[in-house]
Design a protein around this ligand. Structure first.
Ligand code: E4P
Length: 218
């Protein structure tokens, strides 16, 4: 399973990259705003900066919600760097835009996926990735893991190449369950990625090893 980091924070991106496990980055307008990245030029420069750190796919989201606007913005974003993947919302014009981008060799990430039907449409339009949002479904008492399972079954039934990019990850068990269900990618904040490291028996075991070494090597 590929690991993407879901942030626009350069320090967190560098930390995950230095861990040696990072395959890509996803951003969205809220994550850019959180880092105070505003304005046409600053936003585009930030995408380039991210692409210069991570050698992997970097999702850059369009703001336009009409077909012509999404095509114009997506083509501009895609021209910034070869690793840019244009992130398009799951709306009617978004599906048309994904088909356009697919036909013109531009890779896409269809975002805000909350149902298997939406994931099926995105795959039929040729999306490179679909982003089902786990945490936001759990927040409304829906079974987010069932959604990942359903999409996996549908894509495998028909051999769709679209990759399942599990998003809105809130904790390490989301990552583990997605890996078990065969999600292609998990995009996570830095915290749940680092939480995968944790186990009290690892800490206790290491402490004991070091103490025993110290006893015999005074
Ligand atoms: C996906 O690409 C989104 O950026 C993200 O995962 C949304 O997560 P949230 O529900 O924590 O905002």
């Amino acid at each position: 399973m590929k690991f993407f980091i879901d942030t626009a924070n350069i320090h967190e991106i560098k930390e995950a990259h230095e861990l040696g496990i990072l395959d890509g980055v996803t951003t969205n307008p809220s994550l850019m705003a959180k880092e105070n990245i505003t304005g046409y030029d600053a936003i585009r420069q930030h995408y380039i900066d991210i692409c210069n750190i991570v050698d992997g796919d970097v999702s850059a989201e369009v703001i336009a919600t009409d077909f012509a606007g999404m095509v114009k913005e997506g083509e501009e974003l895609a021209s910034l760097h070869q690793n840019i993947v244009v992130k398009v919302p799951m709306i009617k014009d978004g599906v048309k835009a994904i088909r356009y981008f697919t036909d013109h060799g531009i890779r896409t990430n269809c975002t805000l996926i909350f149902s298997p039907g939406q994931a099926l449409l995105a795959a039929k339009a040729g999306a490179t990735y679909v982003s089902p949002f786990l945490g936001r479904l759990d927040d409304i008492s829906s079974d987010s893991l069932r959604l990942i399972d359903d999409i996996r079954i549908i894509y495998d039934n028909y051999g769709y190449d679209t990759q399942i990019l599990a998003a809105s990850i809130r904790h390490p068990m989301h990552i583990i369950e997605c890996a078990k269900l065969g999600a292609d990618v998990a995009t996570c904040p830095l915290k749940p990625i680092l939480q995968l490291l944790d186990h009290p028996l690892t800490d206790n075991g290491l402490e004991k090893f070091l103490a025993d070494y110290a006893k015999g090597n005074k």
